[in-house]
Design a protein around this ligand. Sequence first.
Ligand code: GDP
Length: 463
Amino acid sequence: LENKFTENKGESQDEYKSGKVAVNDQEPGNQNQLNLAIVGHVDSGKSTLSGRLLHLLGRISKKEMHKNEKEAKEKGKGSFTYAWALDESNEERERGITMTVGIAYFNSKKYHVVLLDSPGHKDFVPNMISGATQADAAVLVVDASMGSFEAGMNGNGFGQTKEHAQLIRSFGVEQLIVAINKMDLVDYKKERFDSIKVQLGSFLRSCGFKESCITWIPISAMGNQNLVTAPSDAYLSSWYQGSCLLNAIDLLQPPLRDVSKPLRLPICDVTKLHTLGFIAVSGKVEAGVVKNGSQVLLMPSGEIATIRSIERNSSPCNAASAGDNVGISLHGVDQIHLIPGGVLCHPDYPVSVSRRLELKILVLDIKMPIIIGSQVELHIHHAKEAARVVKIISELDQKTGKVSKGAPRVLKSKQSAIVEVNLERPVCVEEFSRCKALGRAFLRSAGNTIAVGIVTRVFPLYI
Ligand code: GDP
């Protein structure tokens, strides 16, 4: 068992190293999923845009869309996901299957697009970040109206247009669609579009976005211009012949799914089906494949169990692969070995288990600074563990991500840093660069998220 903890065999296996393959090999009707974060300054029109897209693509009725817009206004732009909880999602939630941040989705020609919720309010930055860490690509919504674009770039000292762009880039999102919204308020002028493109473009390049990975689209979410069809506004279509938003989404590169890597299925929920006497777990397959009748290793306990049945999207299936939300029933194992936060793995390739991690974090708005010795609660996939900050290694420059200062004594709001934490008990974890889902972490204290980050180093358990 000790070996299973310390040795991460997957790391040394060439067959898995090459690993990443695009999911074009999924079963028919199971379109490639694209997790799309909608980010941007508060009031730029994210909720309106998401609502319009869902409505135009037949996911919600006009009544629901208006209800949401009204609610968003009343609540001061509350999270749209709750207002738009679709029936399927409720069902999924009742069954305890892992939900991504967003629960609103639509199908484009090529993708099953899941919209990740990311309201622009300051308080919602943690949501925005959990969306960003799951995103395959992002739509950055900017408000073209005079003064508003400028506020997004500079307002309150640090406009959220910039903040969100930096965050999504720092979490590895490379493909970006910039939706320049509210073009109706600037009479669809090309000059305004071009000037925003120049100003924002140089900033985005400085954050590390490649010009070739950015698509610029003038839209009016409210006026339904350039969303799912070419613009009907004669003036806009006289100078803009590029893709509408939906087509631009289809032109994004398919996300890489770790289908050929060893199985990683973090357990979200465990249910014992008393009448039938077996145990079921639910969660999302983050890497690899899982097959009926095969054996799986339960970490961190190290027990072996056999897959009795698999359910995906409410129907039984023989196998599921990376990206699928599944319910799985197991036999040959006692329930005490199954805990939320545990991970089902390929028997030969256990996930690493560690109680000491190096993290790259971004500190959120906090009242008490983080110091060496700070007690926090570490959240990593479905695991939650008491932790202590034992080292602040360096402070990072917000924009470039490079080390800007050696070990500072304290960390305050908005600072980025590399830290080391010790955990009370071991957790299943991987470096973010190896497996995003098992390598993003949140630090919480007294009920608030105080920092978010990614795992940059996993220390072996027994040293
Ligand atoms: P969010 O905070 O980014 O989610 O922004 P909302 O979607 O709530 O929109 C903020 C305000 O801008 C609302 O009053 C919307 O009705 C308005 N709005 C959104 N899109 C457009 C647009 O294309 N044109 C105009 N004129 N107003 C818009």
